[in-house]
Design a protein around this ligand. Structure first.
Ligand SMILES: C[S@@+](CC[C@H](N)C(=O)[O-])C[C@H]1O[C@@H](n2cnc3c(N)ncnc32)[C@H](O)[C@@H]1O
Length: 238
């Protein structure tokens, strides 16, 4: 029997996050060793172009264009995208302690002013309102629990809350099987496997739904979503 409200887009269903299992850390996947040594070559170097069809130069451009002097990064991984930029003030939010450790150490060494917050992206962020000029989040949304972006709404409302007027939310995410974006056979197999193991929760994540959630939170005309391969690159202005 279909779940109640399943026929509606996820952003239109009542109670974002209602009845979902809480996000849990995954310390064996996101271990200190994996994040320091394996994540960049295997995930960024291989999976991005070959499984998800996104060129890393597009992600690099997002960060170069939008990262403000005071920034929040949600799900920083190993800080691959930030460490290439000049030092700034940054708040890192991540569920996995080793991602925070590796990212903190890499950025601190390069002169960044770094605060870390070990928590889920969908729990309230311990940051003041209108506190920063940008919020970045690359390849995080497909990890958050939910039947679609509507269940991940708390991430978007927290991002808007901490941004100054004119500040930018930006990022990338892998779209789910309900999205019509083309995907290679290898990509489809891996996406299904990651959804089975819980590394991803994105079957209901579509680009159209992402755009609607962003416009609902940031206002009409305030968001853009581009599809590249089976990923979405998104931007929204407060
Ligand atoms: C696939 S990695 C992406 C890493 C990095 N942003 C990149 O693009 O290379 C996902 C990141 O999100 C974090 N993460 C996963 N679920 C999370 C959640 N519920 N709340 C906060 N961070 C989460 C992981 O620990 C990891 O740092």
């Amino acid at each position: 029997m279909p779940a109640p409200h399943e026929d509606q887009p996820s952003w239109a269903r009542p109670g974002p996050g209602h009845g979902l299992p809480p996000a849990r850390p995954n310390p064996s996947l996101y271990s200190h060793r994996n994040m320091r040594l394996l994540y960049t070559p295997l995930v960024i170097g291989f999976s991005h172009p070959w499984m998800w069809g996104i060129s890393n130069s597009m992600i690099r451009d997002l960060y170069r264009t939008h990262t403000a002097p005071a920034h929040v990064e949600v799900g920083p991984g190993n800080a691959h995208w930030l460490r290439r930029l000049g030092p700034r003030r940054v708040d890192l939010i991540d569920l996995n302690r080793d991602c925070l450790r590796v990212s903190h150490d890499r950025l601190d060494r390069r002169g960044w002013q770094v605060n870390v917050h070990e928590q889920s992206a969908t729990a309230p962020w311990p940051l003041e309102e209108e506190n920063v000029g940008s919020v970045g989040s690359s390849m995080l949304l497909h990890c958050l629990p939910g039947t679609g972006f509507g269940d991940k709404l708390a991430f978007f409302t927290e991002a808007r809350r901490v941004l100054h007027r004119g500040g930018r939310l930006f990022g990338t995410t892998v779209l789910g099987r309900n999205d019509p974006a083309p995907i290679s056979r290898l990509g489809a197999r891996m996406r299904a496997a990651y959804n089975r193991t819980g590394a991803f929760t994105n079957p209901g994540d579509t680009a159209a739904d992402l755009h609607q959630v962003l416009e609902r939170v940031f206002g009409p005309g305030q968001a853009t979503v581009r599809v590249q391969g089976v990923t979405a690159l998104f931007e929204a202005t407060r």
